[in-house]
Design a protein around this ligand. Structure first.
Ligand code: BMP
Length: 219
């Protein structure tokens, strides 16, 4: 099973990261790592992942006017994909960003809902409309709210869904996969572990067990 996107929000030894390689589908990088070590060191750290075509997802939760977002993306071209907020809307923002990312043969993910308690899903109909119109490569949806995740999967049957909120935020390993996610985004459970490699193997096993139970049952 290769269903983990590692949220690398902390500096790790390159040797540890490289040992995690085979268990990871992709890596998600955000402000925490970029601000701690800078862009060049980040590129060095994830070099093997770039070289071997693992997906590198740049998570700066873009939420600005088109020109600013395009400028940010143009300075982070080592990434394969970029996450943006949906609530900023289409004209003058996501329409141009999507065009720009398409031209560069990169991928766009849009946030459909977030994993923390205070996120208001009453706005989902609006967000759903934005996602439908922009037609991104993928969607970010929470593993902490499985019914919403299930709705988002139903509304977007063909999109890649990546799902955070597992482990440190309370979601159980494998649940998001059972409710429609393609990949589980996992950060602290791995990088705060004393034995990240042992931990990731344990997570893969738990995901496999969950999938074996839920497959065919269509939760
Ligand atoms: P952790 O497993 O340590 O909770 O990390 C989750 C990662 O997913 C973090 O990088 C966080 O910023 C991100 N994330 C999230 O937790 N909830 C969301 O709704 C969207 C996210 O991108």
């Amino acid at each position: 099973l290769n269903k983990i996107i590692f949220a690398i929000d902390e500096v790790l030894d390159k040797s540890i990261l490289d040992n995690l390689f085979e268990y990871i589908y992709g890596i998600k990088i955000g402000y925490p790592l970029l601000l701690k070590i800078g862009v060049n060191e980040t590129i060095n750290l994830v070099h093997n992942f770039i070289k071997n075509d693992k997906e590198i997802i740049m998570d700066l939760k873009l939420a600005d006017i088109d020109n600013t977002m395009k400028s940010i993306v143009s300075q982070l071209e080592f990434a394969d994909s970029y996450i943006a907020h949906s609530f900023i809307g289409i004209e003058g923002a996501l329409d141009e960003l999507k065009k720009y990312i398409d031209e560069k043969n990169k991928k766009l993910y849009l946030l459909a809902s977030m994993s923390h308690k205070g996120w208001n899903d009453n706005f989902y109909p609006y967000i759903k409309n934005v996602i439908s119109k922009i037609d991104p490569y993928g969607i970010v949806a929470p593993a902490t709210k499985l019914q919403i995740l299930k709705t988002i999967r139903k509304d977007f049957p063909k999109k890649i869904i990546i799902s955070p909120g597992i482990g440190a935020q309370g979601g159980e390993f494998g649940d998001a996969l059972c409710y429609g996610a393609d990949y589980e985004i996992i950060g602290r459970s791995i990088y705060t572990s004393k034995d990240p490699i042992g931990k990731i193997k344990e997570i893969v096993k738990l995901q496999e067990e969950k999938i074996n139970v839920c497959k065919g049952s269509n939760p």
